[in-house]
Design a protein around this ligand. Structure first.
Ligand code: MN
Length: 246
């Protein structure tokens, strides 16, 4: 029996043929967290996964869309009772997103406060060039739930703080192709590391990763953890079960 793959950050709704992708994932028995970028996308994206219990759909509002979509926060709150998973949310400190930083803070603080209000959620977080700000925001909202830092690219110091705060991590082949990404991953607590593609944005050699295409990431983790690939996959599936039970 082959071990199914785990992809906890994938934009299923942004592939050309989402229904075909879902059918393929169902055949592969992959576990997928299908993240969305706007509250308005959540219903339609959830509908794609009806009948596929291994595909969970996360309610999101991407930081890069914070300015143009903050009007959807009321819809976010309305949908929140039905959504167990949240993402993609977070902050982006890149030069292209700095001009609407205040909007980003407003949106992210609102989302974390709402999650705390409903007893906590599991969140897939974007933290590009903003790891410290994301961790500061989490600290402002105790009770937000459980954080998975997706494609973490902060410093060693920021990583240590995130680990101390109990954060989880999801890593993909694009991140693991860089020495920095591998060094950070080696220092993450193994039982809080999951795999992701970030497809179709996550690319390797100019090609978008397919949903659930985590074989290369598993290979790198196997090497870092000194395990064989089957044990590495089993370990990631066990961690996912642990996360889902939190
Ligand atoms: Mn993403």
């Amino acid at each position: 029996m082959t071990t199914p793959t785990v992809d906890v950050h994938c934009h299923l709704d942004l592939y050309p043929d989402p229904r075909g992708q879902v059918a393929k994932l169902a055949r592969q028995k992959s576990y997928v967290l299908s993240v969305t970028t706007t509250p308005r996308a959540w219903r339609g994206t959830s509908a794609l996964a009806v009948g596929c219990p291994r595909i969970k759909t996360a309610l999101g509002l991407h930081p890069q869309l914070a300015k143009e979509r903050k009007s959807e926060l009321s819809l976010f709150d309305k949908l929140l009772p039905e959504a167990r998973y949240i993402g993609e949310v977070g902050l982006d400190g890149g030069p292209d997103c700095r001009s609407f930083w205040e909007d980003q803070i407003e949106v992210f603080d609102h989302i974390l406060a709402s999650c705390a209000n409903v007893g906590g959620r599991i969140l897939s977080l974007h933290s590009r060039a903003a790891a410290t700000d994301v961790l500061d925001a989490l600290e402002r909202h105790p009770g937000y739930g459980v954080a998975i830092l997706h494609w973490f690219s902060g410093t060693q110091r920021e990583l240590s703080r995130a680990v101390e705060m109990g954060c989880w991590f999801s890593v993909g082949s694009a991140m693991l192709r860089s020495q920095k990404g591998r060094t950070l991953t080696a220092r993450m607590p193994r039982h809080r590391v999951l795999t992701e593609t970030d497809g179709p944005f996550g690319m390797v050699s100019g090609k978008a990763l397919q949903p659930g295409e985590c074989v290369e990431a598993i290979g790198v983790l196997a090497h870092l953890w000194q395990l064989d690939e089957t044990s590495t996959k089993n370990s990631v599936v066990a961690s996912l079960r642990e996360l889902a039970s939190l």
